[in-house]
Write a protein that binds this ligand. Structure first.
Ligand code: HEM
Length: 402
């Protein structure tokens, strides 16, 4: 348990580092900074997805399904090998962008993530395998493996078609989509099912099958949203919209189950867990609605040409649904302590950054009146967000070392 708390602290450490890199990016347009913007974006995004989220989720998965399997030594070797690749990426990406060492470390990371998938599939207990939470976690891992086709393809595309081809952009979108709409989303849903199962709240077999099919059809079809920037055939718009609607159907089914069992859940879940889960659910609901609204040709055109709308949507998902979801489970299973005070500071700063980025997008898209010093205020709000994450990290490092 103690070593897994250390791993959770390492994940939070990455969270703090990516926040600092994010602040540097936001202040880039305000002050002279001795950085190459695109290189720092690569460092920030890789460490965010692979350092913070991957380490957080795999630590939870190991804790819940593998810790009694006597894999201690093997798992530690794998964990530290993975960390070596992450530190390698952290040192190389911000200074060199895509170059020899960053490509080498990110490729090695992919291999370590395959080994984790293998360990999980091979070693989790037979009795757990039929549980919806386990079925969903296996699916989440397959989405992670599927997403990795993106980076492999990127190498081939760079050599053959070059960075300017449509395929290059689509390979990145494929990777991002199956990371956050596949692996992260399904893994967090699986962890929620684990909580429900621990309180004997279960969907009937038939309802689970329906939920599972709707969820997965949604994950696959919403990939088409990532292709709308090319203004494709209307069928692609239709499939993207269908994906969004099916996903809303899946979560409505799950929400109905939660509503029916609200008294059991209210009694048995600690108030902090309920609080985080509600916040994550609100962020998810807004994401699901935005997803459907964004597939109509006119908004799709505006969004794909407006980097601020894209970044505010992505960070809504990452800092809202995904990160708050991870807080919920790390805190619930006592792998980390995320206090309510720190969460209030985090949410306040996060919402402020979202409003400001969105407003900057609206200035460009709809000629909204420009706000004076908007970039500076965005840098200030992002710095406050970084301080909240720093506070969260320190609370864990200090409380665990006492
Ligand atoms: C903690 C505060 C954060 C700040 C201040 C921040 C800030 C930024 C900024 C300024 C960019 C560059 C946008 C551009 O010009 O392309 C960016 C990109 C990105 N961020 Fe964050 N970020 C934060 C957290 C996160 C988290 C938690 C994640 C994921 C878990 C994340 C994932 C990404 C990704 C994937 C991109 C690249 C998007 C693209 O290339 O289209 N960020 N972030």
């Amino acid at each position: 348990m103690v070593f897994l708390q250390k791993h959770a602290q390492i994940a939070l450490g990455y969270f703090l580092i990516i926040a600092a890199l994010g602040v540097a990016l936001r202040l880039f347009s305000v002050f002279d900074m001795p950085i190459t913007y695109r290189f720092v974006v690569h460092g920030h995004s890789h460490i965010a997805l692979l350092g913070w989220v991957y380490t957080g989720l795999t630590t939870l998965m190991y804790f819940l399904f593998l810790r009694k399997k006597h894999l201690g030594r093997k798992y530690r070797i794998l964990f530290w090998a993975t960390q070596t690749t992450l530190i390698g990426m952290l040192i190389s990406f911000p200074f060199t962008g895509y170059a020899l060492f960053s490509i080498l470390f990110s490729t090695l990371f992919l291999l370590t993530s395959y080994v984790f998938t293998f360990l999980f599939l091979k070693h989790s207990a037979a009795v757990q395998r039929n549980r919806p939470s386990h079925i969903l976690l296996r699916t989440a891992l397959w989405y992670m493996v599927l997403s990795s086709i993106g980076p492999w393809a990127l190498g081939i595309i760079m050599v053959t078609l070059g960075n300017d081809s449509h395929w290059y952009k689509n390979a990145i979108y494929f990777y991002l989509h199956f990371q956050y709409n596949g692996w992260f989303l399904v893994a967090l849903v699986a962890l929620f099912f684990y909580l429900l199962e621990s309180m004997s709240v279960t969907l009937s077999r038939q309802n689970f099958r329906l939920f599972y099919n709707l969820l997965n059809a949604g994950v696959i079809l919403t990939f088409f949203i990532s292709l709308l920037w090319m203004e494709p055939h209307p069928v692609i718009y239709g499939l993207a919209a269908l994906g969004g609607v099916l996903q809303i159907g899946a979560f409505t089914l799950l929400f109905a189950k939660v509503l029916n069992n609200r008294f059991t859940l209210a009694k048995r879940l600690p108030s902090s867990t309920k609080y985080f889960l509600k916040l994550a659910a609100i962020c998810l609901a807004i994401k699901l609605i935005a997803q459907v609204m964004g597939v109509f040709p006119a908004p799709a055109q505006i969004i794909s040409g407006n980097i601020d709308f894209v970044i505010s949507y992505l960070h809504w998902v990452f800092l809202g649904f995904v990160s708050v979801g991870i807080f919920a489970f790390l805190n619930h299973f006592k792998l980390a302590t995320i206090s309510k005070n720190v969460t209030v500071a985090y949410m306040g700063a996060f919402l402020t950054t979202e409003v400001l980025i969105f407003y900057r997008g609206a200035v460009a898209a709809f000629d909204a009146p420009p706000l004076p010093h908007l970039n500076l205020w965005l840098g200030v709000a992002s710095s406050l967000l970084m301080l909240a994450i720093g506070w969260m990290f320190l609370q864990n490092v200090i409380s665990k070392s006492n």
